[in-house]
Ligand binder design. Structure first.
Ligand code: NAD
Length: 541
């Protein structure tokens, strides 16, 4: 930036629209849904600003209506991935030196396009691709993605303003260079916002990107890419490839110019990618940055002083919205004996009142899980709980994949605090509850901490301030996002930076300046005004 210190618009969170009956947004999104449902969409690869069709295609279907075909997407061959890398490196020559305000303007424009003309389409695509209710689509594909784009611009300028002290005879300046080489974004199915943010935030900081979306999110990823194109992201800056994740990743990670991985997805895959990067370390020109936000086994702990209705609502909202497929979804709960009868009755009553079906029917609270693999896995755990003597199904427990991958919201009650579904991430609408003696609160907190390998989100519900303090201390390493008297889901960009440690990730906090710092390599420039001309220091006499 040469000719002014520009202020960026102050970032504000996008208001969530209600979609209540009779509202214009409800009519608009249902029209967009029908139009996408009744047409056939062809999704090409996107390399160097061009749509690339390979002829090697796979179909896309809504998880809640899996016999219906929404269209097809094209699969990359190794040569396409290599082309994406070459093209990104070429684009870097101009993108990495473009003044920051030009980059900022592109992504601010993308935010406004989603807030306005693309809102109905991106929400409808997310309802179809990922089976989100309109509320879940709105808080993800519209609001959270808008927030990421707006706040990242503000965080970028906050970072740029971090400058060292200078004394009179020298001037110290830090410039926040993009990483040398190209970066790689690998994104999960469950949030359109995360899919858009991972490549966009690296590009905003001046990097060039190869982006591999999840096979189960291609349909809504296309809308994200359409927005980026219309917003003016130049050719080659963000290149999208679909297909075999192993081949694509091996090709990317074997390039000497690979300089950073921005991953969100499951723990096992992230560890595998880390290992591959380690194995290739001698071939890279620079040490790659590795950021991964991964799995969770998120907890709710109630203390005997908690309000039973609040505990039940935290469970039903925290565990079952978006079919429990949020990384932050509550999937294990610890309830004191004295509260259990009330909590149980409220939870069962709530779950029995849920309607399940297509998101097109807006009275449905839950819809289908993402694919057959997930359905079969969840059905297996439910059947196991029916058979095991230390577990019982309190409510739910049915499933049916004839039309869509529908798993009834299910509560498992166990007498075994280390029962398998208390420890393993299932990623579906299943929560397991363990009831503990009121006088074993401290022991239960220790149990919460040691039961799972993850440390993503967790919640304590209590009115007793000493109990809240004890949990805050005892669980300080058990969750990267810790909630007091709330459900453990629903982090908002700019308000609750998101991420966890242990097996849940590198905790680089999506939706904060900390994350953006990973995508720059600062250069210090010291300029001395009166340069010495004699090597002798005074002490030499
Ligand atoms: P996933 O790990 O199956 O897939 C994530 C991405 O990795 C996809 O793009 C996929 O194609 C790719 N991938 C899969 N196998 C690969 C391989 N062998 N090599 C290279 N890439 C590969 O995860 P998912 O099912 O899409 O998402 C759910 C998971 O993501 C859950 O574990 C959830 O907890 C986690 N998640 C975490 C956060 C967070 O912020 N911590 C946010 C969202 C999701």
């Amino acid at each position: 930036m040469g000719k002014g210190f520009f202020n960026v618009p102050v970032a504000v969170n996008e208001p969530v629209k209600s979609y209540a009956p009779g509202t214009p947004e409800r009519t608009e999104v249902l029209e967009a849904y029908k139009s996408l449902y009744n047409s056939t969409t062809d999704v090409p690869l996107y390399i160097n600003g061009k749509d690339i069709t390979t002829g090697n295609t796979r179909t896309m279907s809504p998880p809640h209506d899996h016999k219906h075909i929404l269209g097809q997407y094209h699969l990359a061959a190794k040569s396409h991935v290599e082309q994406a890398i070459t093209t990104a490196l070429e684009a870097r020559k101009t993108w990495s030196v473009l003044p920051w305000e030009q980059r900022a303007a592109i992504f601010l424009k993308a935010a406004e396009l989603i807030a306005g003309p693309y809102r109905a389409r991106i929400n409808a695509a997310t309802m179809l691709a990922q089976s989100k209710t309109i509320h879940q689509a709105e808080i993800d594909a519209a609001c959270e993605l808008i927030d990421f784009l707006r706040f990242n611009v503000q965080f970028m300028t906050d970072i740029y303003m971090e400058q060292p002290e200078s004394n009179g005879d020298a001037w110290n300046r830090v410039e926040y260079r993009p990483l040398e080489g190209f970066t790689y974004a690998v994104t999960p199915f469950n949030f359109t916002a995360i899919a858009g943010n991972l490549p966009a935030c690296m590009a905003l900081m001046g990097n060039v990107v190869v982006w591999k979306p999840s096979d189960s999110q291609v349909f809504s990823a296309k809308v994200v890419m359409d927005v980026f194109k219309e917003a003016g992201v130049p050719d080659g800056v963000i290149n999208v490839v679909f297909g075999d994740p192993v081949m694509i990743t091996e090709t990317v990670l074997s390039s000497p110019d690979f300089s950073g991985l921005h991953f969100t997805g499951s723990t096992y895959i992230f560890k595998e990618l880390w290992k591959q990067i380690g194995n290739n370390i001698h071939s890279y020109k620079t040490y790659p940055r590795i950021v991964g936000e991964t799995g969770g086994k998120d907890f709710i702990v109630a203390h005997s002083s908690a309000n039973a209705k609040q505990v039940a609502t935290a469970i039903t909202r925290g565990a079952f919205e978006f079919q429990g497929q949020k990384c932050s979804a509550a999937s294990r709960a610890y309830i004191p004996e004295s509260l259990w009868e009330d909590v149980k009755n409220f939870v069962v009553e709530d779950v029995n009142s849920f309607k399940m079906g297509s998101p097109e029917d807006m009275s449905n609270f839950v819809t289908a899980v993402i694919h057959e693999g997930s359905f079969d896995k969840l059905a297996k755990y439910i059947d196991q709980a029916k058979a095991d003597s230390d577990a019982e199904i309190l409510v739910g427990g049915n499933y049916d994949k004839s039309t869509g991958y529908f798993i009834e919201p299910t509560v498992i009650l166990t007498t075994n605090s280390k029962y398998e579904t208390m420890c393993t991430e299932l990623f579906g609408p299943v929560i397991t509850i363990y009831v503990y003696p009121d006088n074993e609160y401290s022991e239960t907190l220790a149990l919460v901490d040691e039961t799972s390998e993850y440390a993503l989100t967790g919640a304590i519900l209590a009115t007793d301030r000493y109990a809240i303090d004890e949990a805050t201390v005892a669980l300080q390493n058990s969750a990267g996002n810790f909630y007091i008297n709330d459900k453990p889901t629903g982090a908002v960009v700019g308000q609750q930076p998101f991420g966890g440690a242990r097996a849940s990730g590198t905790n680089d906090k999506a939706g904060s300046a900390q994350n953006l710092l990973r995508w720059v390599s600062p250069r210090l420039i010291k300029e001395t005004f009166v340069t010495p001309v004699d090597y002798r220091y005074p002490f030499l006499g």
